[in-house]
Design a protein around this ligand. Structure first.
Ligand code: FA5
Ligand code: MG
Length: 415
């Protein structure tokens, strides 16, 4: 359990988080505005939409994967601390040392050893090492990312892993004959060198049909879905599933056949399997018609929460926005400094502006050849979710963001 309230005490070079103390160092980039949200675990909060969705996903896996004794084969983990080592988040998943996802601009680091997990995949290796062959992990994950209606620095993922030994895989499908799961072959677009194509065909079929059927179960048969080829360092081949939402394709999950090297390192080299990681908010937005990802943080607001107060988690619910207050749209432009990174700015905007910021969009990227300088212009949309934001209030926040940007990022304002 990580339910103790987090504190940040930067004065003596430490961060206290979820009952533990971490020494800060040159890579520490966790922001104080994030701290109160860490470990809240919306997915475990009774009647929260993410909790209803979690229950539906768990029910689906319990129902569809049962053993001979009629017991569910998947076990569920939903309270693992979001503080993980860099090894768990990257190395255990074969993420190359120079991979973009390791950049300081992408994730939140406590120090050179610990970070906030950027995905629930960070727990794959440890859980496999304990001997499990079927599990789901639900958890809060953290990323420095763009700001719009489907991105937020804290969101929630569900991870699923299913492993098989050779005979299990073929007998499950009622396939008899001398089939193997391993061979000494070659890597190509469709498989890893050690995998037979028969084994991969079965796994790919089970993986994709499991996830498509989950989408049908949640959204009904009419939902439009499409598979897109993808790349992850820890699966090959890999895919992403997209669903239609408000007329556009929305990516909801990544998945693939697990890299054999990962399984071998986790003590399961004799097994073969699939894994997926899905974004709970993205699915919940489509499921309940929630237009904006910030709404999930209204867990103290009865106008929001009361709409999800149902006994049966599969009850159809169509969210009604209590009221919609006007947007305030501003522009901000500045000259960049060396090493400037957009995510530093997005992160700063969230930190200073909080949830009043609805969207930040880069609208102009301009190079002045004589001055040899770059400038960026951003459009920032402000909207309070629970009241009408006055011009004066928006002015103040906008000015604070501009000042913080010049102070913390060294950019030179151009207004
Ligand atoms: C991953 O995180 C992989 N760990 C998924 C995976 C697991 C692949 C197991 C293979 C095997 P990705 O970065 O694409 O992949 O994120 C997965 C999902 O999280 C996305 O499809 C999306 O639904 C959601 N997501 C990603 N970033 C955000 C964000 N900033 N806000 C809300 N949801 C997000
Ligand atoms: Mg993706």
């Amino acid at each position: 359990c990580y339910c103790t309230s987090p504190k940040l005490s930067e004065k003596n070079g430490t961060i206290e988080l979820l009952g533990k103390t971490y020494k800060t160092d040159h890579v520490t980039n966790i922001r104080s505005s994030l701290i109160p949200k860490i470990g809240i675990g919306l997915h475990n909060m009774k009647h929260h939409p993410l909790n209803l969705l979690k229950k539906q996903i768990v029910d689906y896996f319990y129902k569809n994967f049962i053993n001979r004794q009629k017991n569910p084969v998947f076990s569920v983990y939903d309270s693992i601390s979001p503080v993980v080592t860099l090894h768990q988040n990257f190395d255990s998943l074969l993420v190359p040392v120079d991979h973009v996802s390791r950049k300081l601009s992408e994730s939140f680091y406590l120090n050179s050893e610990y970070m906030l997990r950027a995905h629930t995949s960070a727990h794959q290796s440890d859980l496999i090492r304990t001997g499990l062959n079927a599990f789901l992990v639900f958890g809060d994950v953290y990323r420095r990312d763009t700001i719009d209606s489907s991105h937020y620095p804290i969101f929630h993922q569900a991870e699923g892993v299913r492993l098989y030994r050779g005979q299990e895989l073929f007998s499950k499908m009622n396939i008899t004959g001398d089939y193997q799961i391993f061979e000494n072959g070659e890597k190509n677009e469709t498989k890893q060198p050690l995998h037979t194509k028969e084994a991969v065909m079965i796994l790919e079929h089970e993986l994709k049909s499991t996830l498509e059927n989950l989408a049908f179960e949640l959204f009904g048969k009419d939902v439009e879905t499409q598979w897109v080829d993808a790349y992850f360092p820890f699966t090959h081949p890999s895919w992403e599933l997209e669903i239609k939402f408000q007329g556009e394709w929305l990516e909801v999950l990544g998945c693939g056949i697990m890299e054999q090297e990962l399984l071998t390192a986790a003590g399961a080299g004799d097994q073969i399997g699939w894994a997926f990681g899905l974004g709970l908010e993205r699915l919940a937005m489509r499921l309940y018609s929630i237009p904006d990802i910030r709404q999930f943080w209204r867990y103290n607001d009865s106008g929001f929460m009361s709409q999800f107060d149902v006994k049966d988690p599969s009850t159809p619910i169509k969210y009604k926005e209590v009221s919609s207050y006007p947007q305030r749209i501003y522009n901000m432009s500045f000259w960049l400094t060396d090493g400037y990174n957009e995510n530093d700015f997005y992160d700063l905007v969230r930190n200073v502006g909080g949830d009043v910021v609805e969207q930040v969009r880069l609208t102009d990227d301009f190079y002045h050849p004589k001055m040899k300088r770059h400038s960026h212009c951003y459009e920032i949309v402000y909207r309070d979710m629970s009241k009408s934001l006055s011009k004066e209030e928006a002015n103040i926040i906008h000015k604070q963001i501009g000042e913080a940007a010049s102070k913390e990022l060294g950019v030179e304002n151009r207004w």
